[in-house]
Design a protein. Structure first.
Length: 141
């Protein structure tokens, strides 16, 4: 991971935003964005990876990101990574494909979310979700 003032601000924000949340496997949710960020290669994508779920899954806003020291460029990538209300999933993926930084983060996110070994029990719903993610990975690759 790349440590800069911005990525450190994103780390702190990520940790606070996801405090108390758990993933489908029962682990602290914060491990997911950390895992994604560790795969990124520059400040922009590390920052976006750390924050990729905060607008969708918490009460944080773009203004909160900017106030915490996140650049407008990184906040814009986080916005691209945030699925809009009533947006078709594959339209969302097509929108992400237009941004190289968002595409890099989303590909890592999809691969991590497709790892069923993270779950204690795999349901039919999980298998269907993984198939959807495989199609999205193909669209972004």
């Amino acid at each position: 991971m790349i440590y800069t003032p911005q990525t450190k601000a994103a780390l702190r924000l990520c940790y606070r935003a996801h405090e108390g949340q758990t993933d489908r496997g029962g682990l602290p949710y914060v491990f997911h964005p950390l895992h994604i960020a560790e795969q990124m290669t520059d400040e922009l994508t590390v920052t976006a990876a750390l924050l990729h779920d905060v607008l969708e899954d918490t009460d944080l806003t773009v203004s909160d990101l900017l106030s915490a020291g996140i650049s407008r460029e990184a906040a814009a990538v986080v916005e691209v990574l945030t699925r809009r209300e009533a947006e078709d999933y594959f339209e969302y993926i097509s929108r992400i494909a237009q941004s190289p930084a968002a595409r890099a983060v989303k590909l890592a996110d999809l691969r991590h979310n497709s790892d069923l070994s993270r779950l204690d029990a795999v349901s039919d719903k999980d298998i269907i979700r993984r198939e959807k993610y495989a199609r999205a990975i193909e669209m972004l690759s």
